[in-house]
Ligand binder design. Structure first.
Ligand SMILES: [Zn+2]
Length: 186
């Protein structure tokens, strides 16, 4: 029986996930069964020689987890590295990502590229969420300021009654901020 161990970086022994490696013949899957991740038949996966899990044993392309769910080894490896080492079907397993060092060398480069791209996308998304939060805080501040000033809209003029102690320059700042906030997002 062939196996491959995926290990989380800086992890204890219990953070290891063992995957049994099978050929189409040795696995319990039928050739028309679909990999739950890629939705390709296991027959197609076993015939795809372009991307293999082990270069020297390309036929070992089906991985079975302890829960008995089977996957394309390539697709399972991507999930383990990019998400975590839980079964994509039943979520049994380890809630850590697999370390890149436990991935066969010829697969690391592609995974590194994907990982970096996802990280950049996440950073952009975080930035967008942060801007949304700042915008909503500003808008909330503006509403409170409007209440304080008795301001009833963008047609505000110097003659609008002001709360005591608020200077016209402060009001101007409010108007500038307000126009920035209400500008449509790029
Ligand atoms: Zn499972």
């Amino acid at each position: 029986m062939y196996r491959h161990d995926f290990i989380a970086p800086d992890a204890d022994d219990e953070d290891t996930v063992v995957v049994q490696l099978h050929t189409l013949q040795s696995s319990s899957v039928r050739e028309d069964d679909l990999c739950p991740i890629t939705q390709e038949t296991f027959k197609d996966i076993s015939e795809d020689r372009e991307v293999v899990f082990y270069e020297k044993r390309p036929s070992l392309c089906i991985g079975r987890l302890a829960c008995n769910h089977c996957f394309s080894m390539i697709a399972l490896t991507r999930c383990f590295v990019l998400s975590d080492m839980r079964c994509p079907v039943c979520r049994a397993g380890v809630k850590f990502k697999a370390g890149m060092r436990t991935v066969p060398v010829h697969l690391r480069r592609e995974l590194e590229v994907t990982k970096n791209r996802l990280r950049e996308e996440q950073a952009r998304e975080d930035q967008r969420v942060l801007q949304d939060i700042q915008r909503s805080i500003l808008e909330e501040d503006m509403r409170e300021t409007e209440l304080t000033l008795g301001w009833d809209g963008p047609g505000f003029a110097i003659s609008t009654p002001m709360a005591e102690g608020v200077s016209s320059s402060e009001v101007r700042i409010v108007r500038i901020v307000m126009s920035t906030v209400s500008r449509p997002r790029v």
